[in-house]
Design a protein around this ligand. Structure first.
Ligand SMILES: NC(=O)c1ccc[n+]([C@@H]2O[C@H](COP(=O)([O-])OP(=O)(O)OC[C@H]3O[C@@H](n4cnc5c(N)ncnc54)[C@H](OP(=O)(O)O)[C@@H]3O)[C@@H](O)[C@H]2O)c1
Length: 360
C-alpha cells in the first residue's frame, strides 16, 4: 500500500471536514487507490502540529475538536507556533518525505511560496483556495495545465465542474461559452427577493444562517465569483487577466468604508433599487440572479434576469456551451454544497493524484 504524506494548510470549516473525512475514509482510500493518507502537518493562521510519521486518527480528531471549540483562548489552537508556510514544506523535504501532497484549504493569498516549494519538490498540490489561482496571469498562469496541481473544490462547492471541463477538453470538444450561478450565498439572497422579501432582510437572514463571510461585502462585491470564472476560463485554456472579467458589485462604493454593523444598517438603502429590478424581472416571468458569463476573451459577473423555471434560476450550476453541446449546453448543477462536499472534492483530487502519480 502507498503511504502518502499529506501537509494541510488551513483548519477552518473545510479543513476540519477534510480531516474528519480522511479518518472516516481510510478503508475507501485503501480499496479504491491502494493508499493511506498520512497527515504529517496541519497548520492554521498561527499554529501547527507536525508528525513526520503521520498523525494517528485520535490526534487528527483531537485537532478537529480543538479547532471547533476555538475562541476565548489566545493559545495557539493546534499546539506549536508555526513557521512560515514555505518552511513547513521544506521541513517535509528535509525529513525525506517523497511523493507528498500539499493541500491548501486556507482563504489567503499567502500560501503561494508553499505551493511553489511543493511543486519544486515534485509534490502534488490540491487547492480549495482560489486566491493563488486567480492572481494576474504572470502570478498564476503557470499553475494551469499542470496535472500535478488539482483544484476541483475551487468552483461549484464540490460538484464535478473542473472534472467535466477537463473531460470536454480531453475529448477534443471546444468550449465556446461558460455560464453559471457560482455563489450559493448570492443565490440564497436573490431567491428570497422572488417573493418580495426586502434585500436587507434577505441579507440579514443569510448572515444569521452563517452563509455569508463575516463581512458580507466579500460576497456581495462579486470578486469571489470573478475568481471562480477566471479559474474556469484559464482551465479552458484562455489566457485571462482579472480585468478581462467585469464585475457588478451588489453594494455601492460609498458603503465600502463602513464597519460591518453600519453596513448592515445601511444595506436598507439598497432595497428600493433591487426591489424595482426584481419587480421588472417578475413582470416578464423572470427572476433576478447573480450570473457569471465567460467567452474566450472576456466575461462578466452581475445581476441578470433569467426565466423563473430554468435551472439557472433554481440551482447553483455551471453550463458548458461547446461545439458538441451546441443545441443544449451541458449542465452541472445542484443545490447541495458546503464544507462537506468541498472537502470531498479535495479528497477526490488527492485520490486522482495518487492514481496518476508519476504521469506528470
Ligand atoms: N466553505 C465552503 O463551503 C467552501 C466551498 C468552496 C470553496 N471554499 C474555499 O475553501 C477555503 C477554505 O474555506 P473555509 O470555509 O474552511 O475557510 P475558513 O473557515 O475561513 O478557514 C480558513 C483556514 O485557513 C487558516 N489560515 C489562514 N491563513 C493561513 C496561513 N497563512 N497558513 C495556514 N493556515 C491559514 C485559518 O486559520 P485560523 O483557524 O487560525 O483562522 C483557517 O483555519 C477557502 O478558500 C474557501 O473559499 C469553501
Amino acid at each position: 500500500m502507498n503511504r502518502i504524506p499529506v501537509i494541510i494548510l488551513g483548519a477552518g470549516g473545510v479543513g476540519r471536514a477534510l480531516l474528519q473525512q480522511i479518518v472516516d475514509g481510510r478503508q475507501t482510500a485503501t480499496a479504491r487507490a491502494n493508499c493511506r493518507f498520512d497527515v504529517v502537518a496541519v497548520a492554521d493562521s498561527r499554529s501547527w502540529r507536525w508528525a513526520p510519521q503521520g498523525h494517528d486518527n485520535a490526534a487528527l480528531l483531537e485537532m478537529v475538536a480543538a479547532k471547533k471549540q476555538r475562541g476565548g483562548s489566545s493559545a495557539p489552537e493546534l499546539g506549536d507556533v508555526r513557521p512560515d508556510v514555505e518552511a513547513i514544506v521544506q521541513q517535509a523535504v528535509d525529513a525525506d518525505l517523497a511523493g507528498a501532497i500539499l493541500v491548501d484549504v486556507t482563504a489567503t493569498d499567502e500560501t503561494t511560496p508553499a505551493i511553489d516549494r511543493a511543486l519544486q519538490a515534485g509534490y502534488g498540490v490540491v487547492l480549495a483556495n482560489k486566491k493563488p489561482l486567480a492572481g494576474s496571469w504572470a502570478q498564476s498562469g503557470s499553475y494551469f495545465g499542470r496535472p500535478q496541481i488539482r483544484y476541483e473544490a475551487t468552483v461549484g462547492g464540490g460538484q464535478p465542474v473542473i472534472a467535466t471541463l477537463r473531460y470536454l477538453l480531453d475529448t477534443g470538444d471546444r468550449v465556446q461559452k461558460l455560464e453559471g450561478q457560482l455563489s450559493g450565498t448570492l443565490a440564497y439572497i436573490l431567491s428570497r427577493l422572488d417573493d418580495g422579501t426586502r434585500f436587507s432582510v434577505a441579507l440579514a437572514a443569510a448572515r444569521v444562517k452563517g452563509l455569508t463571510e463575516p463581512d458580507p461585502r466579500q460576497d456581495l462585491g462579486g470578486e469571489d465569483v470573478q475568481r471562480k470564472l477566471l479559474i474556469l476560463g484559464r482551465t479552458a485554456g484562455w489566457r485571462l487577466e482579472p480585468s478581462d472579467i467585469a464585475v457588478e458589485s451588489l453594494f455601492p462604493a460609498a458603503l465600502a468604508h463602513l464597519d460591518v454593523q453600519e453596513f448592515m444598517l445601511a444595506s436598507m438603502a439598497m432595497d428600493p433599487s433591487l426591489r424595482d429590478r426584481a419587480n421588472a424581472a417578475g413582470a416578464a416571468g423572470e427572476v433576478l440572479r447573480y450570473v457569471a458569463e465567460l467567452e474566450p476573451e472576456k466575461g462578466q459577473v452581475g445581476l441578470k434576469a433569467v426565466p423563473v423555471e430554468s435551472p439557472q434560476a433554481n440551482l447553483k450550476y455551471v453550463s458548458f456551451h461547446t461545439v458538441r453541446y451546441a443545441e443544449s449546453p451541458l449542465l452541472v448543477g445542484s443545490n447541495s454544497g458546503g464544507g462537506q462536499t468541498t472537502a470531498a472534492a479535495v479528497i477526490g483530487d488527492m485520490m486522482d493524484l495518487v492514481r496518476e502519480w508519476g504521469a506528470w
